[in-house]
Each structure stands twice: as C-alpha cells, then as structure tokens.
Write a protein that binds this ligand. Structure first.
Ligand SMILES: Cc1ncc(COP(=O)(O)O)c(C=O)c1O
Length: 405
C-alpha cells in the first residue's frame, strides 16, 4: 500500500496506530512505505540505510526479487490447505534445509517462539518416554532469550526483565546458569535433566558469542550424560554469523535446532530440525499447527535459502562483518565491539545512551536497534558492502558527536 493511494498523511497513520493499536513497541519516528535491498523508503521515497533488517530477517535484501516472485506465484497457485494434503513447497524446503544443515527431520512452525516451544516439547517428550516421567528438566542460560510464549518465556533466563514481569509464575522445569560458564551448566544439571538449551550468540542479551570451550564442552557433557543439546538459532541461523548455522563455527551438531527470522526472507515461518532418533517423540496428534508449513512461507523460504547460498552471503557476512567491527572500534565512546559475522553489538561508555543514539541515527537516515541502554545492535541485510558500512559508521560518528561531543 502506498500512502498517496489512501489520501492520508503520515501523521494520520501514526494517530490511527496510537488510537487503535495495543502498542508494545518503541517505534522509530519513521513510516516505512517500501523497501528494496539494503534500503527502506519513507512515504516521500527518501531512502534509509537498513542496518537492522527487520531484526535479522531480510538477510537476502529487503523485497528480494526471487522471494517476492515465489510468494506471488505460490499465493496464486495454492495458499493454505492445513497439513492434510501433501504440498510441494513443504517437501522441497524440508529436503533443502535438512540436507544443507546436516539434520534428519524438520517440523514447521510460524515464529521463533513457536519453534522453541516445539523444541522444548520434543525434548521433554523424548526424555519422559525414553528415560521415565521425571526426565523433563532443561538448563538454559542466564540473559538468554527464547521468545514470548509461556514455554519459551520460561526458558528465558531473565527474571525481572520486562518480558516476564507481571505474568505470574513461569512454567516449571527450567534452571538457569551463567552463559559461557561450562562448570556452572554442569552443576545446574540434575538426574532429571534431559537437555541444555542455548543460543550460540546471545542476541537479546546484548550480542555475546559463545566460546569454543563452552559449546564444545556442552556437546561432550550432553553426550556423556544421555542429555540433548538444543540450540536456538532463531536469530543466528541462515548465514547471519558467517556460517549457514552458527553451531558450525564450533564443529558440533545439536540434537534439535530451532530457526525462524531469516529463513522466510520476510514471510513468517519457524521450524525445528532434529535427529531421526529424537524426532520420534512427535507422532500423529502429539503436536501440530494450522499455519505451520504454510505453502507461501515455504515457497518464500525455498527462494530465500537458495539466494543466501548461491550468493555466498555467509562469506559476505564474514568479510564485511570483520571490516565493520574494525571500523566500529574506532568510534568515540566505544567500550567494546563484539559479535560474529554480521551480528554485531557495540557497547558504549556512560556518556552514550543507546536508545537516544538509535533515535539520532534514525533522524540521519540510518536504521538500527538498541538493546537496553548500553548496546547498539547491527544486523543488516547480508548483502551490505564495505561502502554501506562506511556510510553507517559516518552516521554513527556524527550521531555520537551530536549527543556527547
Ligand atoms: C534467539 C531468539 N529466540 C527466539 C526469538 C523469538 O522469535 P519470534 O519473535 O519470532 O517469536 C528471538 C527473537 O528475537 C530470538 O532472538
């Protein structure tokens, strides 16, 4: 939809949102009317450089031509059937995903939180059916983030965080240990523990990559103790960190991995992939979803995966990410730059409030997000160039100077 076709102004749109919508988002002061590649355009066609990509979603570029064509073609051909008939996009995507990431089986959901619900449910059911009724306990990381449904929220080790406060008791059966502390994870496990669940880079927790010792150690510990390793790749997955999946940096494989965000190229889709053995926990009627495996989302994902792989956007994430991290470290008031590939966090000293900096950058036509008041997160489309990074760093520098001199 174009604003001009509605006869309304940008302010009218903002007014309707505040009048009729239940607002839980801290909005940019910006109306996004259209997008292409690494730019999002306002109602006057003014380009904004996109360094957040719908939060790590539009990895092959905004409105990627092949993804758009796949959506239009599939929407015209077959939109939704529930999961009773076989459908072509589901089957082709299942094969493509499993073969690409070296897992056996996929189950489709609609979002990251839903994928994590499925991952938690599968692990618990596998544990209870294989080892007995008490093997349901899962250890996750403090400051992790797994989503906003009750299971995923309970797996999120952030008591006191706004996403948990006010909702009453969390779901029973989780313990939390400090991230990157292998011994603490081992100590948190009991005879009832069936799984350890982590992000390979903590995203919402402030962009903290896992160490090799931690990830390798968790895999080994799970193997030795008949426990499952669950990896949440909702934000890190599909080339974002410089490998197709972030776990590939560590030379390990999960028993179940969750994914969403970048998989659909802008269409809603989530999924888990599991080993054949663990996947047996789900059988007819034990789990399901009306929209999971939607033909249009699966067709979009098939095109997206093909674009990511054929243009080696993981390689671009590695190359451009390392260039960008070096440039960012030269900015004033920076305490630390950390990340993996094109998933980067910049932590500032006390002179800079990350939320204010975000709004200042938006005023200068650079779109990025803040995590809390200390960290700026950069997760641009993976097609960005070093020239785009120079522009982004220029705007960041000007914005920092405007705020703190
Ligand atoms: C690691 C991780 N897991 C799960 C989620 C939840 O995904 P969704 O918002 O699609 O439910 C997110 C969202 O940011 C995430 O970063």
């Amino acid at each position: 939809m174009r604003l001009a076709e509605t006869g309304l102004t940008a302010q009218d749109i903002k007014n309707k949102v505040s009048t009729y919508m239940i607002e839980t988002y801290e909005r940019f002061d910006f109306l996004a009317e259209s997008a292409k590649d690494q730019y999002i355009y306002n109602e006057n066609g003014v380009p904004y450089l996109d360094f957040y990509a719908g939060i790590a979603v539009n990895s092959a570029g905004n409105c990627n031509e092949r993804v758009v064509e796949a959506v239009v073609e599939q929407a015209r051909t077959l939109m939704q059937t529930f999961n009773y008939p076989y459908t072509i996009p589901q089957a082709l995507l299942a094969e493509k995903v499993c073969q690409t990431i070296g897992m056996d089986k996929i189950f489709y959901q609609n979002s990251g939180a839903e994928a994590n619900e499925a991952m938690i449910k599968m692990a618990r059911k596998y544990g209870i059916e294989t080892y007995g009724p008490n093997r349901y306990h899962i250890v996750t990381a403090k400051m992790g983030f797994h989503g906003r449904t009750f299971g995923a929220m309970s797996a999120t080790g952030q008591p006191g965080n706004g996403c948990q406060v006010g909702y009453g008791p969390m779901t029973y059966g989780f313990s939390y240990a400090p991230y990157n502390d292998l011994q603490a994870f081992k100590d948190a496990c009991t005879e009832n523990t069936i799984a350890i669940m982590v992000e390979p880079v903590q995203g919402e927790g402030g962009i903290h990559p896992a160490t090799q010792e931690f990830m390798g150690g968790l895999r080994e510990f799970c193997d030795q103790n008949e426990m499952l390793l669950l990896i949440d790749e909702v934000q890190t997955g599909w080339c974002r960190t410089g490998k197709v999946m972030s776990y590939m940096h560590y030379g390990i494989k999960p028993d179940i991995v969750s994914m969403a965000k970048a998989l659909g190229g802008g269409m809603p889709i989530g999924a888990i992939c599991a080993t054949s053995e663990v996947a047996t926990a789900f059988s007819a009627g034990s789990h399901g979803s009306t929209f999971g495996g939607h033909p249009v989302s699966c067709a979009a994902a098939l095109a997206q995966v093909d674009e990511l792989l054929s243009h080696d956007l993981a390689g671009n994430a590695r190359r451009v990410g390392s260039y960008l991290m070096k440039r960012l470290a030269m900015l004033p008031h920076v305490r630390e730059v950390r990340g993996q590939g094109l998933m980067i966090g910049i932590e500032f000293d006390d002179a800079i409030d990350a939320v204010e900096l975000k709004h200042e950058c938006v005023r200068r036509h650079l779109l990025l997000t803040a995590i809390g008041n200390d960290v700026i997160r950069l997760v641009p489309p993976l097609i960005v160039t070093t020239d785009d990074c120079d522009v982004a760093c220029g705007i960041l520098r000007a914005s920092i100077e405007a705020l703190a001199g």
